[in-house]
Design a protein around this ligand. Structure first.
Ligand code: ADP
Length: 216
């Protein structure tokens, strides 16, 4: 008989035995097109798209974390790691319970998280990262124009000011880019994100079709 005491003595055993989410990361600067591609990939059966920015934007301003989000994002800064990861976990558990995300069958397409090395470490036991699509935009004007166009269309305050946009690009260079090294080059697929959305999708799908189904 398996002793219950064994588990009590090892409280960490529960999280160790929990299944990791099989995950593809969409990586790139703000405005590189992660959201556009993520939404399309999320429509393919057995893929589930989750954008961390959308999780924040779905909050209401009367919640504490909603106010924290407005405070940081309006300056182009990252929300502190602990509330970010807590909120993200709540959200992913919510969609799992609702049956929209089925971790045993689906591949998670993450966009906007992990956003720094500390977040990647915090998610080490949660994510099994099988590939990273690095959407590279060499044309900075392209990025800025895309964000400014989005400002009105998606009602995004953080896209409206050039100063905030510059700050987000700086944060990306300093905090987010090192995440690539955390996971290692062997997982990274570089995609030219200066191309049209259809061509970017085509380049991503060429790799995605090789991904075996979960459990295979
Ligand atoms: P973009 O990639 O265009 O900057 P997002 O929607 O991904 O847009 O993020 C908008 C803002 O939400 C960020 O500037 C940041 O303030 C906050 N945010 C989103 N994801 C994270 C995260 N993983 N960690 C901390 N802050 C985040």
């Amino acid at each position: 008989m398996v002793s219950k005491k064994l588990f009590r003595n090892h409280p960490e055993s529960e999280s160790k035995t929990r299944m990791k989410y099989r995950t593809i990361l969409l990586f790139g600067a703000p405005g590189a097109g992660k959201g556009t591609q993520g939404k399309i990939l999320g429509m393919i059966p057995n893929f589930f798209h989750c954008a961390c920015g959308d999780v924040f934007r779905n909050l209401t301003i009367d919640s504490k974390i909603g106010r924290v989000f407005i405070d940081y994002s309006s300056r182009g800064e990252l929300v502190p790691d602990q509330p970010t990861i807590d909120l993200w976990r709540q959200s992913i558990e919510g969609v799992t319970q609702a049956g929209r995300f089925r971790p045993e069958q689906d591949t998670l397409v993450l966009d906007g998280i992990p956003r720094n090395v500390h977040q990647a470490e915090m998610l080490r036991e949660t994510l099994e990262v099988i590939g990273i699509f690095y959407l590279r935009c060499t044309n900075l004007d392209n990025l800025v124009q895309r964000m400014q166009r989005r400002a009105l269309k998606e009602n995004r305050l953080d896209d409206a000011s050039l100063e905030v946009i510059r700050n987000r690009l700086k944060t990306y260079e300093k905090d987010t880019k090192p995440v690539l090294n955390f996971y290692g080059k062997h997982l990274v697929h570089r995609i030219d994100a200066d191309q049209t959305p259809a061509k970017v999708l085509f380049d991503i799908l060429r790799h995605v079709v090789k991904v075996p189904k979960n459990g295979e």
